[in-house]
Ligand binder design. Structure first.
Ligand code: ADP
Ligand code: MG
Length: 584
C-alpha cells in the first residue's frame, strides 16, 4: 500500500485527533502526525467519508489544526523474533531500558526504538532443506534464546504450501538478514528473516487445531491448584478491591507457575508499583531454573500516567508475544494487571468518539472486547504435532470491590476460573486472600475430587457456624458445631493460606499438595469427640502449630518425615475413634 497518503489535522480533543484526508483511509491503520521534528504515532479508529478520527499514543500538547499527517497503510504491529525475552516494553513495544539510555529518565514523545536489537546476531541452525515444503508457522530452523530453542518459522501471513527455494547455512545472522526464501503456489517469493511482524489485534493462528484445555496449570498456590484450578490454555480472573493482594498474587504466580514463559502486562497501575516491578524482576532468581527470572519473562508496562491509547494496546501486545512463543510448542502465561485500567482506557476513547454509552458509561462493545481478549488463550496442536498453550490470568480492580460492575461481570462470563479476593480476608491477613466461598473453577484439579468436596463442605459449614456464633455467642453453639467451626479454620490456616515470606511454604508442588490434602482430609472427615470447648480449642491450636512447622519443612526431608510422624501420633487417637464408632 502506498505510504504517501497524507492528511491535515482539523481538530484536537485530548488524545483524539481529527484528520481530513486527500485519498482513502483504512480502519485501524497507523499514521504519524508530523509536528516539527517530531513524528507522533496514532491509529485510525473511525473513518467517516474523508475524515479519519485517530487516537494518538502520545501526549498531544502543542498539536495544531493544519499540521500534516502521514498514513502508513499498516495495522498496529509488533516485532516477533529472538531478543524479546528479558525485555521491558511499553504498549507500543518500545524497549524501555534502551529508551531510558537514549533519552534519560524522562521519556521523550515521538521517540520510537526497534523492539528487537539490530546489532545482536544469533546462531541460526537450519532444520529444513532447499526444495522442502512448509506451511505458515512451520519451523525452518532455530536459534538459541536464553534457555529456549527459538523457532524461526515461515511467516504467519503466508497462505498454503510453500516451497523452500533457499535456506541459509548455519551461522550468525542479525534479525534483518534473510535466512530463507519461500515460494507460494502462485510463484510469489518471500524472504524470511529471524524477525517477522504481526498486527496485535489479530490472533496468530498458524497451527493445526485448537484443543480443549484440560491439563492443570500448576501455580503452586494450594488454594488455586487444589480448590480453584487453572488449566493450561485456559483463562481465569482475579477481581479484588484495592490493596487486597492482586499484584502480589500475580507476582507469586509469575515466579512459581509451571510454564515456560510469562508475559506480564502491567497495564495502567500506579507508576510507583510498576517501577518496583521493573527494579525487582531482573534480580529475582527463578526457583526452577536457578537463572534470573527475567530470562523467561517479557514485561509490557504502561502506567496510569501514560496516554490511554497506549494503555489500551498493551494487553494486545502482550498476548501477541505470548501467541508467538506458543507457536514454538511452549506453554506461556499472560498476566494482565489490571484489565480494569484497560477497560477504562476503552471508556475514555469511546467517550471522546461520542459513542452511545452502555452501563456505567462503558462502551456497548465492552463485553465483546473482553471476550475476544480472553479467547486468545488456548491450547493448540501445531502442524508438527507438538502442543503449545497460552493461558490468560487477568486482575480486575473494581471500584470499592464491587463485583457487580460491568468489567467484572463481563469477565466472569468468559473465564474458566474466578479467584475472588475479599477485603474481609485481606484485612484478616489471610493470604492469598482468595475467598473460597465465592470463587469457582470449571477446570479439574489433580487432587482427589472427594477431598476437595469435603474441604468445600467444611469451609461452608464453618462459615455458617461462625456467622451464628456472632449472633448467639460461642456458648449457644453445640460442641459438635464448634468442632466443625475449628476444622474449617484449621483447613484455612494450614492449607489455604500460604506464607509468601517462607522459602518453602511460598510454593507447593502438585505431589505435595495431593499428599498433604489427603492427610488433612482424614482429619476433616473424622468424627471427633471432645470433653468440652476448651479441649477442642487446645487440640486444634496444637494441630495448627504442628502443621505450620510441617509446611515450612522441605518436601520429603528428614524434618518433613519426623513432623509427619509427630502429627500422625497426635491425631491417631481421634481418627481411630471414628472408625470404632462406625463399626459399633
Ligand atoms: P492490589 O494489587 O490488590 O491493590 P497488592 O497486591 O499491591 O494489592 O497488595 C497490597 C499489600 O497487601 C501488599 O503490599 C502486602 O503488604 C499485602 N499482601 C498482599 N498479598 C500478600 C501475601 N501473599 N503475603 C503477605 N502480604 C501480602
Ligand atoms: Mg495491584
Amino acid at each position: 500500500m502506498s505510504s504517501s497518503r497524507r492528511g491535515r489535522i482539523t481538530k484536537v480533543t485530548g488524545n483524539m485527533v481529527m484528520v481530513e484526508v486527500d485519498s482513502f483511509v483504512v480502519q485501524n491503520e497507523v499514521a504519524y502526525i508530523i509536528h516539527g521534528s517530531e513524528r507522533l504515532k496514532c491509529e485510525v479508529i473511525r473513518v467517516r467519508g474523508n475524515k479519519a478520527e485517530t487516537q494518538v499514543y502520545e501526549n498531544t500538547q502543542g498539536l495544531t489544526v493544519g499540521e500534516e499527517v502521514e498514513f502508513t497503510g499498516e495495522l498496529l504491529s509488533v516485532e516477533l523474533g529472538p531478543g524479546l525475552l528479558g525485555q521491558i516494553f511499553d504498549g507500543l513495544q518500545n524497549p524501555l531500558t534502551a529508551l531510558a539510555e537514549q533519552c534519560g529518565f524522562f521519556l521523550k514523545r515521538g521517540v520510537y526504538l526497534a523492539a528487537l536489537p539490530r546489532d545482536a546476531s544469533w546462531e541460526f541452525v537450519p532444520s529444513q532443506k532447499k526444495g522442502g515444503m512448509v506451511r505458515a508457522g512451520e519451523k525452518l530452523g532455530v536459534v538459541t534464546e536464553k534457555i529456549f530453542s527459538h523457532w524461526i518459522m515461515a511467516p504467519f501471513h503466508l497462505q498454503g504450501m510453500l516451497e523452500i527455494v533457499h535456506i541459509a547455512p548455519a551461522g550468525a545472522y542479525t534479525v534483518e538478514q534473510p535466512v530463507a526464501r519461500l515460494r507460494d503456489r502462485n510463484g510469489k517469493e518471500c524472504d524470511v528473516f529471524l524477525k517477522q511482524t504481526w498486527p496485535v489485534k489479530i490472533p496468530i493462528s498458524a497451527y493445526a487445531e485448537r484443543l480443549k484445555p484440560q491439563e492443570p496449570l500448576i501455580t503452586r498456590m494450594r488454594l488455586i491448584d487444589s480448590l480453584f484450578p487453572v488449566a493450561r490454555g485456559g483463562t481465569y480472573c482475579i477481581p479484588g478491591p484495592f490493596g487486597s493482594g492482586k499484584t502480589v498474587l500475580q507476582q507469586l504466580i509469575s515466579r512459581h507457575a509451571e510454564v515456560d514463559i510469562v508475559v506480564i502486562a502491567a497495564c495502567g497501575e500506579r507508576a510507583g508499583e510498576v517501577v518496583e516491578t521493573l527494579k525487582t524482576f531482573p534480580v529475582l532468581m527463578d526457583p526452577r531454573t536457578s537463572r534470573p527470572l527475567s530470562d523467561r519473562t517479557v514485561i509490557i508496562c504502561n502506567t496510569s500516567s501514560m496516554p490511554v491509547a497506549a494503555r489500551e494496546s498493551s494487553v494486545y501486545t502482550a498476548v501477541t508475544i505470548a501467541e508467538y512463543y506458543r507457536q514454538m510448542g511452549l506453554n506461556v502465561l499472560v498476566l494482565a494487571d489490571s484489565t480494569s485500567r484497560w477497560a477504562q482506557a476503552m471508556r475514555e476513547m469511546s467517550g471522546r468518539l461520542e459513542e452511545i454509552p452502555g452501563e456505567e458509561a462503558f462502551p456497548a462493545y465492552l463485553e465483546s472486547r473482553i471476550a475476544s481478549f480472553y479467547e486468545r488463550a488456548g491450547l493448540v496442536r501445531l502442524h508438527d504435532g507438538s502442543v503449545g498453550s497460552v493461558t490468560i490470568g487477568g486482575a480486575v480492580s473494581p471500584a470499592g470491590g464491587n463485583f457487580e460492575e460491568p468489567v467484572t461481570q463481563a469477565t466472569l462470563k468468559v473465564v474458566g476460573a474466578f479467584h475472588g479476593l475479599s477485603r474481609e480476608r485481606s484485612d484478616a491477613r489471610r493470604y492469598p486472600a482468595i475467598d473460597p466461598l465465592i470463587s469457582w473453577s470449571k477446570y479439574t484439579s489433580f487432587v482427589d475430587g472427594g477431598h476437595v468436596e469435603t474441604g468445600h463442605r467444611i469451609l461452608r459449614q464453618s462459615h455458617e457456624i461462625a456467622q451464628m456464633m456472632k449472633v448467639i455467642g460461642e456458648e449457644g453453639t453445640s460442641l459438635a458445631d464448634y468442632c466443625v467451626y475449628l476444622k474449617g479454620e484449621f483447613f484455612d490456616f494450614v492449607y489455604l493460606q500460604q506464607n509468601a515470606f517462607d522459602a518453602v511454604d511460598e510454593a507447593t508442588s502438585a505431589e505435595r499438595q495431593r499428599y498433604v490434602l489427603g492427610f488433612i482430609h482424614r482429619i476433616l472427615d473424622a468424627d471427633m469427640t471432645f470433653g468440652d470447648r476448651e479441649e477442642t480449642l487446645r487440640y486444634f491450636q496444637k494441630l495448627r502449630q504442628l502443621f505450620r512447622g510441617w509446611n515450612s519443612s522441605t518436601w520429603q526431608s528428614t524434618e518433613f518425615r519426623s513432623i509427619e510422624e509427630e502429627i500422625s501420633r497426635f491425631v491417631s487417637g481421634k481418627i481411630v475413634a471414628r472408625k470404632e464408632a462406625a463399626n459399633a
